[in-house]
Ligand binder design. Sequence first.
Ligand SMILES: Cc1cn([C@H]2C[C@H](O)[C@@H](COP(=O)(O)OP(=O)(O)OP(=O)(O)O)O2)c(=O)[nH]c1=O
Length: 621
Amino acid sequence: MVLCPVIGKLLHKRVVLASASPRRQEILSNAGLRFEVVPSRFKEKLDKASFATPYEYAMETAKQKALEVATRMHQKDLRTPDVVIGADTIVTVGGLILEKPVDKQDAYRMLSRLSGKEHSVFTGVAIVHCSSNDRQLHTRVSEFYEETTVKFSELSEELLWEYIHSGEPMDKAGGYGIQALGGMLVESVHGDFLNVVGFPLNHFCKQLVELYYPPRPEDLRQPVQHDSIPAVDTFEDLSDVEGGGSEPAQRETGSRDEKAEVGAAGQATAEAECHRTRATLPPFPTRLLELLDGFKLSKALLTACKLKVFDWLKREAPQKAPDIASKVDASACGTEKLLDVCAAMGLLEKTQQGYSNTETANLYLASDSEYSLHGFMLQNNDVIWNLFTYLEFAIREGRNQHHRVLGKKVEDLFQDAYYRSPETQLRFMQAMHGVAKLTARQVATAFDLSRFSSACDVGGCTGALARELAREYPRLQVTVFDLPDVVELAVHFQPAGPQAAQIHFAAGDFFRDPLPSAELYVLCRILHNWSDDKVHKLLSKVAESCKPGAGLLLVETLLDEEKREAQGGLIQSLNMLVQTEGRQRSRGEYQCLLELHGFHQVQVVHLEGVLDAMLATRVAP
Ligand SMILES: Cc1cn([C@H]2C[C@H](O)[C@@H](COP(=O)(O)OP(=O)(O)OP(=O)(O)O)O2)c(=O)[nH]c1=O
């Protein structure tokens, strides 16, 4: 097929990429396409067995991703997009479809399957043209797939694990990224490289040519000679508003000769226009502008939490903006704007009857929900937000900014800043409790801890993790060790239940006082608060309290060694800088620290979200 300049055909349309994949965004914006990114919420769980071939599965998933976005944008009364692009990449080997690994073990299983063998990478793509008539959404779908074969070298166990620990496999089909470190694993590639990376650009352009360049009469008469552009009748009733063939191909309406003239002239004009536009216009910086708006969205979310909007809507829904405004003691016009933004962010549903909470809001944003993050939101709104306004100073000075926010010297981070009043302490504890409850189950089940009969959760705050440990291991006795003020308030967070008898609180300062004795010590999101000196001090105290064979469970967000990949971890690094005396560390850094203090046989498990858990065993000094 002859390729024509075709990306320009989409320049005046509202194009939406229904994908969160940064690779797809990069490939398409490098090609000069201007688009918005609206990641699809379609859950990739179609029944694979019901598809005759893997590529049909990929195409159907791509189509469902795009249709979900088109429908959502239309329903939300946002302007209906003209074109929505969806894609899905899968790897197939020996009849098995591999998608993104769910954890490191899964990545290991995938990569060992691919080791030394050839496999196929399929990307299914759906181009959905949308129009809206009488408030009804109409869609026309055009889909295709591309296959590339990739051969891996034999991979040693060491290389496999080193690669898995880099973090790269986790968000990629088949558990590798050919465009980065994963390139090392690849012996040969047959076919379109970009298809492996997530988007078959060349085939996409060919598809657009089919859709947007009506076949000329001579092509129709001599199809064989020209490796013809096939006639497409899928889009026969889309209207040609811009002329010159800039809408998808039309069914012939006039005589053949007329159409030939219009087609050829229109094509020349469109190509010239497309060249001109490409030369003068750089790609639209959609992602950049989204990043810029990020802080405004965060503040809208935090403000809605602070005003307890989600609490009122959990009690009664739907409600109109003026009713909520009067309950939260705010202006009707301001409240309406805030509610609309919350609806656009997917936190509220908006209908003719008014606003209601989405499931996310009910689960996490209402203050009385079991897994409420309301306290964490308030901590972000009332403390962390203020600290981040001094980010520039934090970067220049390389230290936290409590002194600027509070207007006084902060010598003891916890006593002088977080726990400076009962109110600030309670807010901090509520925040920690919410986050700990959300992650405690994963932490408690990351490893088999059944060999331990006693544990000490150092800095365990409200005991949320202790509770999950006790639930998971009924013969485990857990001591939560924290500052006296914390222990005093912690009882308010402990619901009655069968685990209560297994949990004890002990008051003390982990830098100054002896640690309660235990077979397993837990340091969950503690070390990142402290400087290397203090980390050494704490680890040596833990090591001294341990008998050989004792365990240390460490939970942190691990950075990759190059500090490039884990965006969540890198943001945490900035967070630690503005808030604490500590920093995020990589797996290698923690491993060195642990080994230096006599903890070996380090195992690591990546948990859902941003946390990683490490289990190490104390060896005889
Ligand atoms: C094989 C391979 C896949 N990948 C990526 C491309 C895709 O982003 C991902 C496959 O997962 P997909 O489910 O296709 O896409 P996604 O989850 O990243 O994004 P969305 O569903 O929102 O569109 O794997 C690479 O980056 N490099 C590779 O070498």
